[in-house]
Design a protein around this ligand. Structure first.
Ligand SMILES: [Zn+2]
Length: 359
């Protein structure tokens, strides 16, 4: 089905030009081998340990996907496992690989997932979300933009009551927005107005809003239009409501201060304990993510969305291209981190454990 409204410019010729240009850029970068290897991560905690633990567990699921858990509560940021290949994305049809999702999505019996946070509506952040929501996180609410909502409902109308549009609650212009409390008020989060940098050579693809009235999910990746882009600030709270651990999450590059945490009154001020950063296309946005690091001084950084998401997650994420890109990225950004900050490049599936630090 061809969604209506404003998409006529996306011709087969235009898609082919973009795809060929993209592949040429990749080939020009795919040079010599690698030296950077990831931190191996740690073993995931078992449920009894989790239930009694003060520890915060963060698992990288690949692309923009993370599972954040504490005790019996958790939330997801939008995972992608299907990873359709570059030709299917550029010129063919895409759909969730449900067998693969069933195989690799983490099973977490006893842990209640309260929310699925979606930063924007491109297929690499949303394609698998409706299936996961319908089969694995039935109790969770999917949070995101109007475009996210339209695509999720088109994919599965039974999720209509499970999607919440956050555009009125956004933090904007460094001013706080509304906190959303979930998980028996042990977790809260705030969506922050952000933007989305170009993809390559300054070209920004799949922009604009998904039109209203979408009746079927688009088969072509070109119609998974971006919508508004949000970052999220996520607080894990103590029993007295105090902030134990603060996470900044963004699933796209942004032009600072867009996407950055707002300025808070003193009771809501807290240093970032963890910044989750999108590596992909970092070089298309000046001073990204250094401006965030200089101004918000995260204690820990996870550099995600670095691997080739046109390739099955069952294969090694380490390709020549992704390795070379990391070798360019890391030296250019880590100098902006404070001296006490630790950073990691996670392999999909890696788990990291954090303990709240007393201020
Ligand atoms: Zn995107």
């Amino acid at each position: 089905m061809r969604p209506s409204g404003g998409y006529d410019w996306i011709t087969l010729f235009g898609r082919t030009i973009c795809l060929v240009s993209f592949l040429l850029v990749c080939l020009s970068c795919a040079g010599r081998g690698i030296s950077i290897r990831p931190h191996p991560g740690v073993e995931a905690l078992t449920l009894p340990e989790l239930a009694t633990s003060d520890i915060i567990q963060v698992q990288y699921l690949g692309t923009g996907g993370y599972l954040i858990q504490r005790g019996r509560h958790g939330l997801l940021t939008a995972p992608l496992y299907s990873n359709p290949g570059v030709w299917r994305v550029g010129l063919g049809n895409i759909s969730p690989d449900t067998a693969l999702i069933n195989r690799v999505h983490p099973r977490i019996p006893g842990v209640k997932i309260a929310a699925v946070l979606v930063g924007h509506a491109h297929y690499d952040h949303l394609l698998d979300v409706p299936y996961i929501a319908a089969h694995y996180t039935r109790e969770a609410i999917i949070y995101g933009s109007m475009s996210v909502s339209r695509l999720v409902i088109a994919a599965d109308p039974s999720l209509k009551s499970k999607v919440r549009v956050l555009e009125a609650e956004l933090a904007r212009n460094r001013q706080p927005g509304d906190w959303i409390y979930v998980a028996d008020s042990t977790i809260r989060f705030m969506a922050v107005e952000s933007d989305h940098g170009p993809h390559f050579l300054g070209i920004h693809m799949m922009k604009g809003e998904v039109p209203p009235g979408l009746k079927q999910i688009p088969k072509s990746a070109w119609y998974w239009r971006e919508g508004r882009t949000f970052a999220y600030l996520i607080d894990l709270l103590g029993v007295d409501g105090s902030i134990d651990f603060r996470i900044h999450y963004q699933d796209a590059t942004s032009h600072y201060p867009l996407g950055a945490p707002p300025r808070f009154a003193s009771q809501d001020t807290h240093r970032l304990d963890l910044a989750i950063i999108c590596v992909d296309t970092w070089d298309q946005v000046p001073d990204y993510p250094e401006a965030l690091f200089r101004n918000h001084r995260p204690r820990h950084v996870i550099f995600g969305h670095w691997e080739n998401f046109f390739r099955s997650p069952l294969k090694s994420p380490w390709t020549r291209f992704s390795s070379l890109r990391l070798r360019q990225f890391i030296p250019s950004v880590v100098d902006a981190l404070p001296a006490d900050s630790k950073w990691v490049i996670p392999e999909p599936g890696a788990v990291y454990l954090f303990r709240p630090v007393q201020p």
